[in-house]
Design a protein around this ligand. Structure first.
Ligand SMILES: [Zn+2]
Length: 276
């Protein structure tokens, strides 16, 4: 073999060896890159769609259940789930040891046009928002008679008995006996005037259209006297809660019927929920 040929063969071997090294390196780099990409893809997939463990899901849902539904009403944010369902009527008088006036706050003068100015502290934000919303609509809604003490109710009842010539039963259809009036709880109010003329006012029409948005219902409707035991009172509105008021109106029920339908104790939580 000539020297020239030997040199050529050597060159070729070196070239082939280099090629082999480059190929091996290239394969190595490619393998590493592919595995890194696969790994990264898997990881991002995991964080995006990995199902939460069942306990995690339950926890999130129970937190969601506890969050009250907050609704914006004018300047105020009200809790639509907040509810007060104490039933007080002739069959369900307040307990003889009831602590009258335990739950009250004072109503600012600009909101009322009567002598009485105290109401349940928990429901006042809802009533205030309602009265202000009526004003915004150009309707002069005012609180006439909110909370009444046992003594005030007794005086009103006795006056009515005199007017009915001593007929207590007849008087009781118009004015509740002390301890059997919702006014004794501070959870309701008569608006503007306690008179049948109220039905013809724009205040009454406004309440019919809007009161449920603030948690109030017409407590003694015209066609339910046999159930409530109280004459039709267009001026008397009772707080039950926003979602509850909407449900009661949708089902077209009185508070008596609603409490029965839900199987509730008429005066459960009598001392609950007041926000001083
Ligand atoms: Zn009333």
């Amino acid at each position: 073999m000539s020297d020239k040929r030997k040199a050529a063969l050597k060159k070729r071997r070196i070239f082939l060896s280099l090629c082999a090294v480059v190929l091996v390196l290239a394969i190595a780099v490619l393998t590493l890159s592919v595995s890194a990409i696969v790994k990264a893809f898997k990881k991002s997939n995991d964080t995006q769609s990995k199902p939460k463990s069942s306990s995690q899901t339950e926890r999130t849902e129970s937190v969601k259940e506890k969050l009250p539904e907050m609704v914006k009403r004018g300047e105020y944010t009200l809790n639509a789930d907040y509810s007060r369902l104490i039933l007080v009527n002739a069959e369900n008088p307040l307990p003889s040891d009831y602590n009258y006036g335990w739950n009250l706050t004072k109503i600012d003068e600009k909101y009322h046009n009567g002598q009485l100015d105290r109401i349940d502290a928990g429901i006042w934000p809802y009533m205030r928002a309602m009265v202000e919303a009526a004003w915004q609509d150009g309707v002069d809604l005012k609180v006439w008679s909110p909370y009444r003490s046992y003594e005030t109710q007794k005086m009103l009842f006795e006056n009515r008995v005199r007017k009915e010539n001593g007929d207590e039963a007849k008087a009781a259809t118009a004015v509740a006996r002390p301890g059997t009036s919702e006014h004794n709880t501070g959870l309701c109010a008569d608006f503007n005037m306690a008179s049948s003329q109220f039905e013809g006012t724009e205040m009454f029409r406004w309440l019919c259209d809007n009161a449920e948005d603030y948690g109030f219902i017409l407590r003694y409707p015209k066609d339910r006297i046999d159930i409530t035991g109280v004459m039709y009172e267009s001026w008397h509105w009772r707080f039950v809660g926003i979602n509850t008021a909407k449900e009661i109106n949708k089902l077209n029920l009185t508070l008596e019927e609603y409490i029965k339908l839900k199987g509730l104790e008429p005066q459960a939580g009598l001392y609950d929920n007041a926000t001083p």
